[in-house]
Design a protein around this ligand. Sequence first.
Ligand code: ADP
Ligand code: MG
Length: 729
Amino acid sequence: MANSRSKAFDEVLNRAPMHMKTPEKRVSEYFGENTFHLDKMRECLTDEAYKIVKSAVEHGTPVDRTHADQIATAMKDWAISKGATHYTHWFQPLTGSTAEKHDGFFKPIGPGKAIERFEGDLLVQQEPDASSFPNGGIRNTFEARGYTAWDPTSPAFVIGKTLCIPTVFIAYTGEALDYKMPLLKALDRVEKAAKDVCHYFDKNVTSVGATLGWEQEYFLVDTALYNARPDLVMTGRALFGHSPAKGQQLDDHYFGSIPERATAFMREFEYESHLLGIPVTTRHNEVAPNQFECAPMFEEVNIANDHNLLLMDVMEKVARKHNFRVLLHEKPFAGINGSGKHNNWSLGTDTRVNLLQPGKNPKSNMQFLTFFVNTIKAIHDNADLLRASIASASNDHRLGANEAPPAIISVFIGTQLSKMLDDLEKSIKAGKMTPEDKTELKLSIGKIPQLLLDNTDRNRTSPFAFTGNKFEFRAVGSTANCAQAMTVLNTIVANQLIDFKKNVDAKIKKGDKKDEAILKELQVLIKDSKKIRFEGNGYSDEWVKEAEKRGLSNLKDTPRALDVWSRKETKNLFSGLDILSNIELEARHEIELENYIMKLQIEARVMGDLAKNHIMPVALEYQNILIKNVEGLMNVLGAKEGKEAARTQINFIKSISKHVNAMNDKTNLMIEERKKANAMEDLREKAYAYCDNVKSKFDDIRYHADKLEIMVDDEMWPLPKLRELLFTK
Ligand code: ADP
Ligand code: MG
């Protein structure tokens, strides 16, 4: 045989062993070497310029033109010393990936003469030809051009021969066209709000920062096998494929030893990541075969997010060198665990206190409790927004699929803390508190660190779990830009903290002591947010029923989840904090609907092509072989005896016809629905149609294809099978 599958296998078997490019030095010696961070700037800038850039990095203050020139020159010289010939503004358009447009440093200055040039204005602002980036109608409405603007808080870096400068991407009329801009605003708001609340407990806190530690899951597939699967190439997931006999039932992959080829890949991408200052520290196998995870030390959210985007890029580049392709899709293989990107989140002060870590004295425990309870209340009030922040065509396959958190948002805090909140709710009395009341309360709050020490509860089925010193948002998709989830989370917490402070201050004004006012307000929050707390099995059917009883949303698919962007409350929240205007929100809603439609449209087309051009022809070819065999037997043995001898083949022939016909009918039906959907003008309506009428046919079509896969001669099957994609090491 010489079909695409067998050719791919020949290639895999003939692979030369991969030699790792291992660095001789220790990580600490080259960590961050390819980034232009503050220490480097100190070496090459005047004291004054350094002071200005340091303040820009740490406090977001502007950089004037003269100093921008100086910084640009230093940055260029450094980049050239690293071998860079080009520079680019690196930004995060709403397509989901990052974008860059490279320009040379080189500038001709006369016949046969050139210099390397890079000035302040090129560092600070540029105008990419961005007409092809999604803008949700903003640019049409305003006839505005977009520009990118330097984000000095995230260090510039050199990749290959290019200096990359992290930037935001904005329309000339001021609207954000990217993920970074609203994130930076949300972070600013939460940091201010948290600082104000911190001052109830500690006046020495001068700044607060939100932190993010993501955990990136992914699959590795051999390049040759990947290339023989048009569905993987075009959509990132296998649209067809019978489940392998052995899946992950044995759980033998998790924390098992990492295969040698994968290790070689990991070592190299970790090395590249470390050069870029990405603090990846952890690597291990995941639950499914050929699935892995890597995680860094947590960082300030904006930097952590830039690092995640960069890492996904580096992973893909390095993987190709190792003849692998990285699958970042949330659900590349039906029936096998999908991939997520847990977002561990907390708030930390410049006095090095983690606000979600209980402290050693009553005051710091009260502070912990305050941030803890306010976060829960924020999730309670904005669960639908949080759900919308993780909605995508690909994440729809994973959420609620009995291996990932359901689409219902809830918060897990463990039995001990739950009991503690319940007790607090009961024991805080209305009216003036007696000294005994207060002592009792303080005692119970004082027990928090003890509670957590014993707290071994690890509920893996919760979408939003407290894990001892941080919250872990587990429902974020593996392909996602974390900025979306982080913008929403930090916005809703900021809003809640502002509200909290207002109410506590009002109570103090009315004569309550500070502690008393805080406790009373916490009591209200605990009571009002109760229904979002869930300690049981989030994967169970009982929870779906229970959640419905509690009145929690279960927004199962993206178009429905995205509707929340156009709610009045959403607009009030985001415009109230000046994070996203109504126009920006509407634009985002549109872009996400467009992305959703586009993804499903591509999947639908690939599915149709594969069904009709790859799978059906091979099934019919095999059927022809069977028909010849039956005819032969009847020739040799006579009609009656021959037919009897060919019983199995005849059944197969019929069965193949049955599945081919059904598959063809269902594919045609799907194509019909696709055409109807494509003719729709209204984006929301179109997305709903794609979801309800097109995507809903995928499983039917696949069912018949997968039946044919186990019926047709293995030698003839054109697509590498799931078992081969998953178990080839
Ligand atoms: P797990 O059992 O989920 O692997 P870990 O304690 O190893 O738990 O932490 C997982 C992630 O949480 C890591 O990426 C780590 O950097 C991150 N993390 C730890 N502390 C914080 C924090 N204060 N803020 C944000 N992320 C954090
Ligand atoms: Mg985790």
